[in-house]
Every structure is written in structure tokens, then in C-alpha cells.
Design a protein around this ligand. Structure first.
Ligand code: SF4
Ligand code: SF4
Ligand code: FES
Length: 627
């Protein structure tokens, strides 16, 4: 742990680790130094000058190096002639910081007055109004009036489309570069940048299509003003009109924490609808970021193509029926003594649904099947990432091996976090049959042919005979203190996936990389709650076609086998009685004898188990529009 250093800020004494910035030290004792460009997740740049403070440092005798004392015995402190930025200056022992003297306050007022000379009076119509740093700082630290002549204000373009998802209002930009720095330093998608200088400076996109980044929405969260907005939420609602409900993302196995903002809408008959989705801070899971899929992939909830009533097959056609009628029909088939029940579930069902299906299947001595081509959930349950693990704690001494997965596409936030672990000194080995974006950060890249996944891993085993090209990668693995293996399913069928999951497990067992923090196995599941399904006893089936065909009663929930594979559609046609639980009229639903509409995840409560086996609860965000 870093040595603690003691200093004084606004007459309060605080001890913080060496290297801490003044602005962060101040927060510890409740002193809020105003900032715009500073962001705790990014390197400071000192661009906006909003955080100006007076800084005094203890005086040392040049000859002896001893501290110089005042007559009263206290240490003599010398203040610099100018204000300094608290966001770029690290603390030092005996430092005295003043953020509320006349000089400092004049500095804050001057910066705000200057920023407002080129800022529109948009607050009443601005999406950020109510949660805007510029608005808040102006109220708290602003001069209250401006010497600037309003008619001389420069007017700039107000609707600049940076891409399909993000719109820039040039007049509102205060040139803090948070968005540019995020895209360069965190997302590593340097697709936007500053262009021109001074009053002409603007944010431009340099990619085609514009702002081509799957993390672009995060810039609208960290933009301290209303300069960047999403096309999805722009002019959608005022922040204070919305209620916040905690939820989680169900689009991939990371399980990012979300806040869903809702508001009652006239167009929905006064019912609440989701207006926007934002990241909810969880330093263990997603820190403060989400990908654009998680942010924008909620509109299916309000789709008018959703199933609304149960359907039963009559004279060859699916027709609307009452819930009682539909249940009765299913019950009649299930009650038959000899009925062989198969429940085929997708990894997008909540744990509570999976539990109910598993109970029903057990009762009928049926077969619980997970609709997936990926294996290893039993292994992750035993040697999965240890309790208390956090990518943020991984760095020097940790080796991370990623195999058969393109994390950027399949688990974007893990991609960000693995990349950051490498920055902190972790060794990254990326093994794949084809290139992926993660390779750029890899210490070692291993290329294999499809089908060689499991045998490729064998070279990392302790007693393996390693050829020259892989020796360094193998040594990196063997010399690490902690090891994490992340495996995916690229190019693997179920059998190949079983072999790979076992090979990954053997490797971790060989080095003792399991059963402890920041060690273990992670599966990049194809669905967000596949781990939950494994934990509830559902397993993929190597002979799914045969299993479907032989079922007397087949219940399919959250899966569309007929839509995915014609051969499974044929098998479904041969099944005696098919019951489907779905949001939409899928191809599987079209073949069913009974179809039940289901609630979307934001319309109910429940839990998902993320791939790192974190059981995360979600709440009811909105009620189903059809009651
Ligand atoms: S658009 Fe927003 S985040 Fe980007 S530089 Fe301007 S004010 Fe800062
Ligand atoms: S990384 Fe995965 S869990 Fe996180 S927001 Fe994106 S899709 Fe959702
Ligand atoms: S917050 Fe310190 S210079 Fe911008």
C-alpha cells in the first residue's frame, strides 16, 4: 500500500496515499472543488481551469534541506504567485490548499464567466438541464452576471450528426475533451477528435460510418454539458420528470448494472415507459460503462409485434384463447401418465423461470435441456472465477488467456476491462483461429486452425513439450501468480466446446489457478443467463433433433430452434404436442400447439447469474402495456 501523506485543505487535515491528486484528496473530506474536464476514470489534462486553487508548500532551507519554521514554531508555507489546477497536481507532505479564498473564488467565477460567453441560454430545452455540471457550477460558483455583450455571442451549429446514434450541439460544447479522451484512452476507438482551434474548435468524427464505436453512448454520460446527446433520448424527457429503477443488462453474460429511467406518457395511455437506459456504477462488474447494445437494446419491450394473448391450435390454425383454455389444454397432455416431457430453455430466461421449469420437469421425470451449443457450465460452477474477483485488481502477476472468443463483440465490457488489466501489467495471451481486436493488447498471440482449440492449450501444461514459437507464451503462463482462462465458442460445436472447456479446466488445475480471488474459468456464454440455466440443471443435448422428435410434450421457452435450424423445425413438426413461451411469434411458435405470451425482463422482477456467477437481481421497471 502506498505511503500516506498528510496535507491541509481548506483548514482540514487529511491523509491520503502518495500520488493522490488534490481534487481527490479534497473529496475525502467533503470539499468539492469544481471540475469540468477532470474525470476520475481518465488521466487529468488540466484543460478547463475550473479547479483553480491556491497551493502553499512548506519552505525548505536550500543548504540544509531542513523545513524552515515561523517564529511561533510552525512550518513556514510559501504560496505560489498564481492559482494552480487541483486536478493535475498531486498532493505532497505539508501542502496547504485553499479552494475558498477570494483569489480562488475569483478564478472559478472568471472561468465560468468565460465559458458562458460562448454558451447558449438553452437550459430550458436542453436534455442535460437538471443534471448539467455547467448549470450546477454556475449556480454554486458563478459570478451571477456577465460583462459580455449578448449580441456578440457566436452562434454555432446546433444539430451536428456525429453518427447514427450521437448528435453534437456545437454551441454547448465547453471543449473539455472528455468525449475525445474516452474514445482514445478507454474505448480505444479514436473516431472523434478536436478540429480547428479557439472559438472555431469543434468535435468531428473521422470514421465512416460516423462515430463508429460500440461504446459511443458513454460519451453522452460523461459530457458535462448537453453538447452530446443520443438520438434515442434527445428531447425525450427532462431528467427530473423521470423515475430511476435499478436493473441489469440481459444482452450478454457480463451482466452490466443499469438504471432505467421511466416516465408516464400520454401516448401510452398514462402508463410508464422506458425513456433511457444508463450505466449504474458497479466497480466489480461494469464500473460506470456500458456498450451501446445494453443502452439501446430495450425497444423490443414496446414493440406492437409482441404476443398479447395465449394461442391454441384449432383446425390447424393458431387462434386466440383464454388463459384457462390454454392451460387446460397443456394440463390435459401433461396429465397423461406416460407423457415424455422435454423442456427446452434458452439462456435468456430468468433464474426463477428456470427453477419452475426444472421443478415441473422433475415432477414428470422429464428431460431438462438447455438450447445452447456451448459446454462447461458444470466446470465453471466448480473452478469458475473465485469469489471477490475483480478485473480492476488484475495486473502484474496475472496471466489472462482468452481462447475462441472475440470479447469485443461477445462481451464488450470484459474487452475493456481485460485491456485495462494489460495496462496495469497483466500478461494477455489471445488464442484464436482468426484475428480479433483483443490481439492488439496481447503479450502473445496464438493462432490455430479450427478444431485444434483443445490441443493448442495442451502446450501450456506444466510438462508439455513446447516448440520455440510458443515457449514464451507457455513460460508467461507458468510464471504467473494468478491465472484466468476465458473461453468462447467460436467455430466450435457442442462436442468441440466440451473438449475446450475440459482443456481449459485441466490447465487451471495444473497450475492451481482456481478456488481463489482473481483466478479461475470464465465462459463467454452465448446468452446472458446460460450459467443460471446450468446451475438449475439444464444441459445442452448432443442429439437435440432426436430428443425433440421423441418428446410427447415439448415445452420451449426463450428459444427458437425452428428459426435457427431447418432440421430442428422438421423435428418439431414430428413432436406430438409443442408448447411455446415467447415474446414474439417466432418460427418455433408458429409450429406450436399452444403459445403463451411472456413478460419482457423490464416488466417483471427476477435474477440472472452472470458468467462470473454473480446472481444479480432486477426489478419491475414498467408494467406490461397490455396488462
Ligand atoms: S462534446 Fe462534451 S465531452 Fe466533448 S469536449 Fe464538448 S463538452 Fe466536453
Ligand atoms: S457489455 Fe454485455 S452486459 Fe454490458 S451493456 Fe453490453 S451487452 Fe449489456
Ligand atoms: S477540472 Fe481541472 S483543469 Fe479542468
Amino acid at each position: 500500500m502506498a505511503e500516506l501523506v498528510t496535507l491541509t485543505i481548506d483548514n482540514q487535515t487529511v491523509s491520503v496515499p502518495a500520488g493522490t491528486l488534490i481534487v481527490d484528496a479534497a473529496k475525502k473530506i467533503g470539499v468539492d472543488i469544481p471540475v469540468f474536464c477532470y474525470h476520475p476514470k481518465m488521466e487529468p489534462v488540466g484543460m478547463c481551469r475550473m479547479c483553480l486553487v491556491e497551493i502553499g508548500r512548506p519552505v525548505r532551507d536550500r543548504a540544509s534541506g531542513e523545513l524552515v519554521k515561523n517564529e511561533d514554531g510552525s512550518v513556514k508555507v510559501s504560496f505560489g504567485p498564481k492559482l494552480e489546477t487541483a486536478c493535475t497536481t498531486p498532493i505532497s507532505a505539508g501542502m496547504v490548499v485553499k479552494s475558498n479564498t477570494k483569489n480562488a473564488v475569483d478564478g472559478h467565477e472568471a472561468v465560468l464567466e468565460f465559458l458562458l460567453t460562448s454558451h447558449p441560454l438553452d437550459c430550458p430545452v436542453c436534455d442535460k438541464g437538471g443534471e448539467c455540471s455547467l448549470q450546477n457550477q454556475t449556480m454554486t460558483h458563478g459570478p451571477g452576471e456577465s460583462r459580455f455583450i449578448f449580441s456578440e455571442k457566436s452562434h454555432l451549429a446546433k444539430v451536428v450528426s456525429l453518427g447514427e446514434l450521437i448528435v453534437l450541439d456545437r454551441e454547448r460544447c465547453i471543449q473539455c475533451a472528455r468525449c475525445v479522451r474516452f474514445q482514445h484512452d478507454i474505448a480505444d476507438d479514436p473516431v472523434i477528435n478536436f478540429f480547428h482551434r479557439g472559438r472555431s474548435l469543434e468535435i468531428r468524427t473521422f470514421s465512416d460510418p460516423g462515430f463508429d464505436s460500440i461504446f459511443s453512448g458513454n460519451t453522452t454520460d460523461i459530457c458535462p454539458v448537453g453538447a452530446l446527446t443520443t438520438t434515442d433520448f434527445r428531447f425525450g424527457a427532462r431528467p427530473w420528470e423521470m423515475e430511476k429503477v435499478a436493473s441489469i443488462c440481459t444482452h450478454c453474460p457480463v451482466g452490466c448494472n443499469l438504471t432505467m429511467n421511466i416516465r408516464r406518457e400520454v401516448t401510452s395511455g398514462g402508463k410508464s415507459v422506458i425513456k433511457r437506459v444508463m450505466p449504474r456504477q458497479n466497480e466489480q462488474v461494469n464500473e460506470i460503462w456500458i456498450c451501446d447494445k445494453g443502452r439501446l437494446g430495450y425497444h423490443f419491450v414496446e414493440s406492437d409485434r409482441r404476443l398479447k394473448t395465449p394461442l391454441i391450435r384449432k383446425d390447424g390454425n393458431l387462434v386466440p384463447a383464454s388463459w384457462e383454455e390454454a392451460f387446460q389444454r397443456v394440463e390435459d397432455h401433461l396429465r397423461a401418465e406416460s407423457a415424455r416431457l422435454v423442456t427446452l430453455v434458452g439462456g435468456r430466461l430468468a433464474n426463477e423461470d428456470l427453477y419452475n421449469f426444472s421443478q415441473l420437469t422433475q415432477l414428470k421425470l422429464g428431460k431438462p435441456v438447455l438450447y445452447s451449443q456451448m459446454a462447461g457450465g458444470d466446470l465453471t460452477a466448480q473452478i469458475g472465477l473465485g469469489a471477490g474477483s475483480n478485473f480492476a485488481d488484475m495486473g502484474k502477476g496475472t496471466v489472462i488467456l482468452v481462447i475462441a472468443s472475440d470479447l469485443h463483440q461477445e462481451a464488450p465490457i470484459w474487452w475493456l476491462r481485460v485491456k485495462q488489466a494489460v495496462k496495469r501489467g497483466a500478461t494477455l495471451i489471445v488464442a484464436g483461429a482468426r484475428p480479433s481486436r483483443l490481439e492488439k493488447y496481447a503479450t502473445h498471440v496464438v493462432r490455430y486452425n479450427y478444431g485444434e482449440e483443445a490441443s493448442t492449450l495442451a502446450v501450456f501444461m506444466k510438462d508439455a513439450d513446447v516448440n520455440d514459437s510458443l515457449r514464451e507464451a507457455a513460460q508467461a503462463f507458468s510464471s504467473a501468480e494468478n491465472g484466468v482462462v476465458i473461453y468462447g465458442s467460436d467455430g466450435l460445436g457442442l462436442v468441440g466446446s466440451e473438449h475446450l472447456a475440459k482443456a481449459c479446466s485441466r490447465l487451471l488445475l495444473d497450475y492451481g489457478f482456481y478456488g481463489k480471488k482473481n483466478n479461475g474459468l470464465l465462459a463467454v456464454w452465448d446468452k446472458a443467463n446460460s450459467q443460471g440455466a446450468w446451475d438449475m440443471g439444464f444441459r445442452p443435448d448432443r442429439n437435440l433433433k432426436g430428443t425433440i422428435r421423441e418428446a410427447d410434450v415439448l415445452m420451449v421457452a426463450g428459444a427458437d430452434p425452428a428459426g435457427d435450424e431447418p432440421v430442428l423445425a422438421e423435428a418439431l413438426k414430428e413432436t406430438d404436442f409443442v408448447v411455446v413461451f415467447e415474446l414474439f411469434m417466432t418460427e418455433t411458435a408458429q409450429l406450436a400447439d399452444v403459445v403463451f405470451p411472456v413478460l419482457a425482463q423490464p416488466e417483471r422482477e427476477g435474477s440472472f447469474t452472470s458468467a462470473d456467477r454473480r446472481v444479480q437481481r432486477f426489478n419491475t421497471v414498467v408494467l406490461n402495456q397490455d396488462g
